[in-house]
Design a protein around this ligand. Sequence first.
Ligand code: C2E
Ligand code: MG
Ligand code: MG
Ligand code: MG
Length: 268
Amino acid sequence: MVNVTADEIRSGLRNNEFILYYQPKASLITNRIVGAEALVRWRRPDGTILSPGAFVPLAERERLINRLTLQLLPQLIGDLVDHGLADQLCISFNVSTCDLEDPVLTHAILDAILTQRLPPAALELEITETQALQSGPEVLGNIRALSDAGIGLAMDDYGIGYSSMDTLSQWPFTTIKLDQGIVERMLDSPKNATIVRSSIRLAHELGLEVVAEGVETVSQHDFLVEAGCRIAQGFLLSRPLPLAEFKAFCAHPSHCRGLPVGLVHMAI
Ligand code: C2E
Ligand code: MG
Ligand code: MG
Ligand code: MG
């Protein structure tokens, strides 16, 4: 992994080097693309592209994550509104709970709904289960304001934390995202399969949508369909793509790299 410093992140922020890629999500019922997850990438001056694992944890520790999130938000809203993604798709955006400790991000999103015609149903925020558990009341207050405005809330990496049940009942989640580790292991043992099946059933009974992350194989896809999961995301469908490629993928899934939507069974 590349080692970066806080000063390099600051310089990257000044030079607008952070961009969003989009990883498609498909309905397991219709096989159509129903949305995407926005994932940050750092385009360095030398042309290399860095993944968030190399800089997001440092940005969080150095309290630079709020600046990064606020810099990505106009990009995201521009892509949603000006590039028409918001008309048909729901795009999720990862936030850290420190982004929600003060009301700046919340106000920026509410303002975009009012002044930039951002349809609230087109945006969902992803927060990890672990972060949700560790956050204070001001975070939940801001989340509630966004939720009241119609913005979705997904619990990211579901299944690797501790007290999901309590958090699920207290917070206005609309979606859970099954962690890719859980998806990877669900075919290893009958116990793991049962955990996934019952998590999906529980979420649906609570009125929540379920997205399976990290779906890489046809057997995982088939198991999830049989378990009643309705949305999947993962390399089987597509890797995260730059905006132009993502738009091309949505328009002509079978002409792009990644797997043709509707033909996932022919993939392997
Ligand atoms: P995440 O939110 O759980 O995102 C899913 C990660 O899984 C992404 O990694 C994605 O590329 C990867 N992935 C998707 N499908 C597959 C698959 O089939 N197999 C495997 N092995 N991996 C798959 P990525 O883009 O490197 O992001 C890593 C993490 O960085 C994210 O995990 C999220 O926690 C964080 N992150 C990404 N973008 C942002 C952002 O804009 N802001 C913040 N605060 N965090 C971000
Ligand atoms: Mg995520
Ligand atoms: Mg995740
Ligand atoms: Mg993750």
